[in-house]
Design a protein around this ligand. Structure first.
Ligand code: F6R
Length: 612
């Protein structure tokens, strides 16, 4: 995540940068900053603030600068807590080079040590500072050359823009996997991570491709291939989106955008967590947490809402792969249940925002009782991330839609990896099985892509059901929590009533609801309980219920029992909740749209629930 904007031209630069950053704020908002060059002073002026763009603005306090070139950034922390020091832009030690960056420099530790050995001192905890320092180290009066040389040494997915005090007439930007776009104006040019930043100024843009380096001057731009240095000629294209659409990447809502971001998010998680030698690595976990994972007698997952459903899946995962007795409980119940916990017990708090009041209170309660607390959190530097004894980040990027989608599947993947890691520590998974699990995990982003394809058929299901006011969701084992999550998604954005149930419990009561008007969403991927689930579906069909099945591609039994089948690819059961989540999200989304609901901001809800 993070947002980048740069400008070179004839206009007052600071307002353009601030305006662009405000429109990029959805990409991250834990700190922000700008750097510009005041022609009279011939120095880089730097303004940074922890918090939102509004905080940066209040530091600037209406400051007027004659600068006509500058770069800006809004941050979503990956390396180092949100703070003024860690906010971008970062400078080289001599203050000659400023850089804003999106992505990760994976080999930043090696590069940092190398530069430190040469006597260069670092100020921040970020990987970005390495970019600025290395460019400054290589710079002998030609920014473009220095950027090219430095960029060859960075590993990882990134995009950045650099500015030099000594050549205050151009910016140099590089794209590698993370997006960058050049905006073309009259006698001015823009650089941004996202067109929404520059749309009020120009609709003519050039999208950079990977390994392209661009020199951006007021009157011209020059794109070259990083390695070959060959010139690249590109035609500008005209953006037809409105600003609002552009922020959503062309999707009508953030929720849909976030649903479609899931393959990328999962890919990123795997890239960060799985080393070249197929080991699982949790950079922020620490030895003490690993010791607790190895020796814990019991483990308790505590969370709320969607994160609670992730905790329930976590329970199955830890029991299967770490042979560890696990329970999942909602934070508001945990807190007042006087839980029996003590030294040696492990409490895993799961939260997207890291600020949920009930989860925070549960964390404090668990600590008070002497348990070791591990937070699985999305928002870096949030209160729960800071207060827990250890933290593992889910790296889903900022989630704007109130209904959690990508944050949920990111939690599931992170928990799966944590369960495999724990199983290995405890000697419960053989080397060969561990390797197989890793290889299968690596297939999941592509399988999610396929699932998104298959989910196109959900459209018809939504049209059939959107006027219904009552839904049942059924699943077993790993997909019992999926049934709860599917019904929660539907409730929160469509306002229809939906109930998730363990399919085996049907006969103990809910079966009384079934008649030919009752839609029942049945999760039946390949699993240990497949045959049992099939019998449950037979029972619903026998009472003429409307069965919508989410089943594995190639399942030959399910067609005759269902009004509609939505497929997911074949996979190991532990990963199935990641795949079944996709059609459930899309079904809720489409029913909401057909009912003209505000999917991103459903009534009565908030993204971060900071009250008990
Ligand atoms: C549902 C949803 C909520 C959150 C819950 C916990 O789509 O988003 O149920 O999952 O409020 O929030 P976090 O994960 O921020 O603790």
């Amino acid at each position: 995540m993070c947002g980048i904007v740069g400008y070179v031209g004839t206009r007052e630069t600071i307002p353009i940068l601030l305006d662009g950053l405000e429109r990029l704020e959805y990409r991250g908002y834990d700190s922000a900053g700008i750097a510009c060059i005041d022609p009279a002073e011939k120095n880089i002026r730097l303004f940074k603030a922890k918090g939102k763009i509004a905080d940066l603005k209040s530091i600037l306090n209406g400051f007027k600068s004659p600068a006509r070139i500058g770069i800006g950034h809004t941050r979503w922390a990956t390396h180092g807590v949100p703070s003024t020091i860690n906010a971008h832009p970062h400078l080289g030690a001599k203050g000659r080079i400023a850089v804003v960056h999106n992505g990760i420099v994976e080999n930043y530790r090696e590069l940092k040590s190398e530069l430190e050995r040469k006597g260069i001192q670092f100020k921040s905890e970020t990987d970005t500072e390495v970019i600025a320092q290395l460019i400054e180290y290589y710079d002998r009066g030609n920014l473009s050359k220095a950027v090219r040389r430095a960029a060859m040494r960075f590993e990882g997915y990134l995009a950045f823009v650099a500015l030099s005090r000594d050549e205050p007439n151009y910016l140099v930007a590089l794209k590698r996997s993370n997006p960058l776009v050049i905006g073309i104006g009259k006698g001015e040019h823009f650089v941004a991570s996202d067109v929404s930043a520059i749309l009020p100024y120009t609709k003519q843009v050039i999208y950079l491709d990977d390994e392209e380096l661009v020199e951006v001057r007021a009157k011209e731009i020059q794109i070259t291939n990083l390695k070959s240095q060959k010139k690249v000629t590109k035609k500008p294209c005209t953006i037809k989106w409105s600003i609002d659409q552009a922020q959503k990447g062309g999707y009508p809502d953030f929720m849909l955008k976030e649903i479609y971001e899931q393959p990328h998010v999962l890919q990123e998680i795997l890239r960060k967590r799985i080393s070249k030698s197929h080991q699982i690595e949790f950079d922020t976990l620490g030895q003490e947490a690993s010791r607790h994972l190895k020796s814990a007698k019991k483990i308790c997952f505590v969370s709320c809402g969607t994160a609670y459903h992730a905790g329930m899946v976590g329970q199955y995962m830890f029991e299967e792969f770490a042979h560890l007795s696990a329970t999942a409980i909602v934070a508001s119940e945990f807190r007042y249940s006087d839980p029996i916990l003590g030294k040696g017990d492990l409490v895993i708090l799961i939260t997207q925002s890291g600020e949920t009041a009930d989860t925070l209170a549960a964390l404090r309660e668990a600590k008070e009782k002497g348990a070791f607390t591990l937070a699985v959190v999305n928002v870096v530097g949030s209160t729960i991330a800071r207060e827990a004894d250890a933290v593992v980040y889910t790296h889903a990027g900022s989630e704007i839609g109130v209904a959690s989608t990508k944050a949920y599947t990111a939690q599931l993947m992170t928990l799966a990896l944590l369960a495999f890691y724990t199983g290995k520590l405890r000697g419960k998974i053989s080397r060969a099985d561990f390797r197989r699990l890793i290889l299968e995990a690596k297939e999941i982003p592509n399988q999610v892509k396929k699932t998104l394809e298959y989910a196109k058929g959900v459209n018809q299901v939504a049209k059939l059901l959107y006027q219904k006011r009552n839904f049942l969701y059924l699943g077993r084992g790993y997909n019992f929590p999926s049934a709860l999550e599917g019904s929660l998604k539907l409730k929160e954005i469509t306002y229809a009533h939906a109930h998730g149930y363990a399919a085996g419990e049907m006969k103990h009561g809910p079966i009384a609801l079934i008649d030919d008007t009752q839609p029942v969403i049945c999760l039946i991927p390949e699993s240990k309980t497949y045959v049992k689930m099939l019998s449950n579906i037979e029972e619903i069909r026998a009472r003429e219920g409307i069965v919508i099945a989410i089943a594995t591609y190639g399942d030959r039994n399910i067609g005759r029992l269902s009004s509609h089948v939505v497929h997911i690819p074949s996979q190991r059961e532990v990963f199935s909740p990641i795949l079944t989540a996709i059609p459930l999200q899309i079904l809720a989304y489409q029913i909401a749209v057909l009912n003209s609901r505000d999917v991103d901001k459903p009534r009565n809800l908030a993204k971060s629930v900071t009250v008990e």
